[in-house]
Design a protein around this ligand. Structure first.
Ligand SMILES: [Zn+2]
Ligand SMILES: [Zn+2]
Length: 312
């Protein structure tokens, strides 16, 4: 071992260790006791390194709990709409189907195994990932999952990162492999502050509702595509194609009669669970909870009309 590669490792002082642990008063009793009581009795100091040991070769500045938490915050996007809320809402459109949220895939970890096609978009200066690589990953994962659940219809990946495809040099909102029942969709550009998402600070309540509504409508629209249902040109409808977020905002969160009938046909033997009144009632409740005022008014009015007809 060449002497010049040796570093002098200075062991942390008590003060540095306390700083690394951080304030513990906010922790619950259990974990607070585990990290504060009888420490010197049970934990040995970091060993003095020998020549050739890890810290003699590698610079290790140490990572405080606080630093760790800050890294985590940049990974899990602060403005991401809640996946639970999206799924809860979306599942009303697919009666008899279950939506299961699978574990989060860490892109940095993902890059160890796959070419993610990560690049920096020259317009936004933001990182972008290759959608087809993510689909490839999900395809492998879906095959694994299938052994346990032969009923799995689709596998959908959503991300707050921006994505692109080989055939599109700028970006895509999503990409699907309909034959495999796999789709990947990015919510990055649904945020009005994109691409300055990180620096724009917290969004207002109106913005939060808007991003959530866009995310739900993209999600439901795309899942309906995976059933093989194409874009709608018959009415103003959730299945109309949209070129921009502005066009998306003009679209309703309901299906026209033709797309509703297709959805009914798509569910095959689950048809007996397809109760439109129940579906509309569930969606109405969800719209009210999420403060989607116009949408709630539409469902309320539609239900009123259908219920009057039913009593005649
Ligand atoms: Zn579409
Ligand atoms: Zn339609």
């Amino acid at each position: 071992m060449c002497a010049c590669s040796n570093r002098t490792f200075s062991p942390p002082t008590d003060h540095q260790r306390a700083k690394a642990l951080g304030d513990t008063y906010q922790l619950n009793d259990n974990i607070r006791r585990a990290v504060t009581i009888g420490i010197d009795e049970c934990f040995l100091p970091f060993p003095v390194p020998n020549e050739g040991d890890w810290v003699s070769i590698h610079e290790e500045p140490g990572q405080t709990v606080q630093e760790f938490e800050q890294t985590k915050r940049t990974v899990s996007h602060t403005k991401a709409p809640s996946l639970e809320t999206i799924c809860e809402f979306a599942c009303h459109f697919f009666p008899g189907c279950e939506l299961e949220i699978l574990p989060q895939i860490d892109f940095t970890d993902f890059s160890k195994h796959f070419q993610t096609g990560k690049c920096i978009n020259s317009y936004t200066k933001q990182p972008q990932y290759l959608a087809s690589s993510i689909i490839g990953y999900l395809k492998k994962m879906k095959r694994r999952e299938r052994k346990h659940d032969r009923q799995e219809l689709f596998c959908i990946g959503v991300t707050m990162a921006d994505i692109y495809s080989e055939s599109d040099w700028n970006f895509v909102y999503g990409l699907a492999s309909v034959g495999d029942g796999i789709g990947v969709y990015s919510f990055a550009r649904l945020d009005p502050s994109f691409p300055d998402t990180e620096t724009a600070g917290l969004c207002t309540n109106t913005e939060r509702i808007l991003v959530l509504k866009r995310a739900i409508s993209v999600f439901v629209h795309e899942v309906i595509h995976l059933f093989g249902i194409a874009h709608c040109i018959y009415y103003l409808c959730l299945m109309n194609g949209a070129e921009s977020e502005e066009e998306m905002d003009g679209q309703p969160l309901y299906l026209c009669p033709i797309c509703l009938r297709k959805m009914y046909a798509a569910l095959g033997k689950e048809k007996k669970q397809f109760n439109v009144i129940k579906m509309y009632t569930n969606i109405l409740d969800a719209c009210k909870r999420l403060h989607f005022k116009d949408e709630a008014a539409w469902y309320e009015n539609r239900l009123k009309l259908l219920n009057i007809e039913a009593h005649h």
